[in-house]
Design a protein around this ligand. Structure first.
Ligand SMILES: [Zn+2]
Length: 241
C-alpha cells in the first residue's frame, strides 16, 4: 500500500525498531513499524521524524500494525527544528490529530489543514504567548472542529437565539449564551468569542492578525471544552483546567 502521511509520533519499540503513528489522507490514523530505523545510518530513521510529510510504502501485517517498506520525504518541515517554540507549537498540532481525530477518519481536508499548519509554523515566532496558544495552532484546532462538524454556535445565543450580549459559553449546549441563559455555561470574554469566530472565517495564514493575544487563552478554553464534551479528550499540551 502506498500513501502520503504526516508522522505524528515515533515510539522506540526495540533496540533497532520504531513504531510510528501517522495520519494519511486516504487511510486515517495508522500505526506502522519501521524496522531498523534506530540503527545508525538508517535511511528510514531520518525520514520518519514527527512533523515530516512523507510518502510511505507499507506492507499490511496480520494484525493492525503495518511495516514500513520505504519512505521518501515530500516536505521535511525542517524549519520546525530550528526553534524550540515552533517545535512545541507543532507538537500541539500533532497531538490534536493523534487524540482528537477518530482512527478511521480519513479526510483529505484534514490532511491539507495539518500540512498547512505545519508549513506556516516553520517560520513562526518566537512570540510572547506559550506555543500551544500560537494563533496557527488555535486556528488549526478551530478549523478541525469545522471539518469534524463540532463547531459551536458563536453568533447568537444557542438556547434562545438572542443576538447579544453574549456572556457565557457551554460546550454541552453547543455554543455561546446570552445573559439570560448564562447560568448553564461558564463566563466568556467577548474578545475570545470574536477571536474564535475570526479564526474560523479567515485563512490560517491570517491567524496572527485576527486573533489578538487577549483572545487566545479563551479560544483555547472553548476548543478544550468542545473536545472534552464531544470526544472525551483532554489535550496534554493544553492549559490545565
Ligand atoms: Zn439566551
Amino acid at each position: 500500500m502506498e500513501t502520503e502521511a504526516i508522522v505524528l509520533r515515533t515510539i522506540r519499540f526495540s533496540e533497532a525498531d520504531v513504531v510510528l503513528s501517522v495520519y494519511s489522507p486516504t487511510h486515517g490514523r495508522l500505526s506502522a513499524i519501521a524496522k531498523g530505523a534506530r540503527r545508525s545510518g538508517s535511511k528510514l530513521g531520518g525520514r520518519l521524524q514527527p512533523g515530516v510529510w512523507t510518502h510511505l510504502s507499507l506492507a499490511r501485517g496480520r494484525g493492525d500494525l503495518s511495516t514500513v517498506r520505504g519512505a521518501s520525504t515530500i516536505q521535511a518541515h525542517a524549519g520546525l527544528w530550528l526553534e524550540g517554540y515552533r517545535l512545541r507549537a507543532a507538537s500541539s498540532v500533532l497531538e490534536t490529530v493523534l487524540r482528537a481525530i477518530p482512527e478511521s477518519d480519513a479526510s483529505p481536508e484534514t490532511f491539507h489543514l495539518v500540512t498547512r499548519a505545519l508549513g506556516l509554523l516553520c517560520t513562526a515566532g518566537p512570540l510572547q504567548s506559550p506555543p500551544r496558544l500560537d494563533p496557527i495552532v488555535l486556528g488549526f484546532q478551530a478549523k478541525l472542529l469545522v471539518v469534524g462538524g463540532l463547531l459551536p454556535r458563536l453568533g447568537s445565543c444557542v438556547i434562545c437565539g438572542a443576538p447579544g450580549p453574549l456572556v457565557a459559553f457551554s460546550a454541552h449546549a453547543g455554543g455561546v449564551l446570552c445573559a439570560g441563559c448564562a447560568r448553564s455555561g461558564e463566563p466568556l470574554e467577548p474578545v475570545a468569542r470574536d477571536g474564535f469566530a475570526q479564526l474560523v472565517g479567515h485563512p490560517l495564514s491570517e491567524a496572527h492578525e485576527v486573533c489578538p493575544p487577549a483572545a487566545r487563552f479563551g479560544v483555547e478554553r472553548m476548543i478544550g471544552l468542545v473536545l472534552q464534551e464531544h470526544l472525551g479528550v483532554t489535550l496534554r499540551s493544553a492549559t490545565p483546567v
